[in-house]
Design a protein around this ligand. Structure first.
Ligand code: ZN
Length: 296
């Protein structure tokens, strides 16, 4: 007789942390159940049958048993390993950044197939060596769309006037997008937005990802777009993300081409980031640690 507590789902590991003697608690993204918490019992023992394959940055097929607090992982099959996500630290950090944004966007157990497909697509693109910055910006814009908070880049958020090329505009995440020059806005300190950056923001809303991958953009414009879209996402998420700071530290300290094998993770004490550097020779990549209290 089949065990009715058991079910099977595709899943991507969003975060994980060690628990007890040998267990690990996972936050999983699934297409049908959305975000769920699960426990992998005994996974840190060398004899564990599931230990080697229950990895982040991969698409897994899991069998789980419904449990009282957490569902329990009973079987793991690797669907897509996306090994390219582990080649370079900037790619790995970008993948974790996307996962964390999804984690923070979802309540547990609300169906989230669009976000599952979005995260999976972003991992495919990173694995196919699309520039991580382009993938991240595309992901941020698509995530905002899915959450119903698409930034306004065509009309002034205050008066609704359709903006024309060359208009002086400011970028006000608090108001949801661009503000024309006719209004004082919430703060005089708010930065202007260049015409080029505005054009690229529109491109991220309108162009498909293959076309975005091929755009030739001045570095300064890429930096500006990263900054303003990051401000917008931070506003949406209400607070800074750990993995974004990790990514910034990676860029500042090690450069984009640094091999993950030689890079060090930020100290656990800095800004609460507890990401571990991947051990040399191991495919295991530990992401940002779970929030304190997540186990309770
Ligand atoms: Zn206006």
């Amino acid at each position: 007789m089949p065990d009715r507590r058991l079910y099977v789902t595709d899943a991507i590991v969003l975060s994980r942390f060690d628990f007890g003697e040998a267990d690990r608690i996972l936050t999983l993204l699934t297409p049908g159940l959305g975000k769920i918490k699960a426990i992998a019992k005994g996974i840190r023992r060398p004899t564990s049958r599931i230990g080697g394959s229950l990895e982040p940055l991969a698409e897994l097929r899991l069998q789980l048993a419904r449990g009282r607090t957490f569902d329990v992982v009973t079987q793991v099959t690797m669907q897509h390993a996306w090994l390219g996500l582990r080649d370079r630290l900037e790619v790995t950090a970008t993948a974790w950044y996307c996962a964390e944004l999804v984690d923070r966007s979802l309540e547990e157990r609300h169906a989230a197939e669009p976000l599952y497909l979005l995260l999976r697509r972003s991992y495919e693109l990173l694995d196919a060596r699309m520039a991580p910055g382009r993938v991240a910006r595309w992901f941020e814009m698509r995530l905002c769309d899915e959450l119903g908070v698409r930034p306004e880049v065509d009309r002034c958020v205050e008066c609704g006037r359709l903006l024309e090329a060359g208009d002086a505009v400011r970028w006000i995440p608090l108001l949801g997008g661009v503000l024309c020059g006719s209004h004082p806005g919430p703060s005089q300190a708010s930065a202007g937005l260049s015409t080029d950056a505005l054009r690229v923001l529109k491109a991220y809303q309108r162009m498909d990802v293959e076309a975005l991958a091929g755009l030739r953009l001045p570095a300064a414009v890429e930096v500006e777009v990263e900054r303003v879209l990051g401000e917008f996402v931070r506003h949406v998420m209400e607070r800074d993300t750990r993995s974004r700071r990790f990514l910034e530290e990676v860029r500042a300290g090690y450069g984009g081409g640094t091999s993950a094998m030689h890079a060090q993770a930020p100290a656990a004490g800095s800004a609460g980031v507890a990401a571990q550097a991947p051990a040399a020779g191991s495919a295991g990549v530990a992401g940002p640690a779970a929030r304190p209290g997540a186990a309770s």
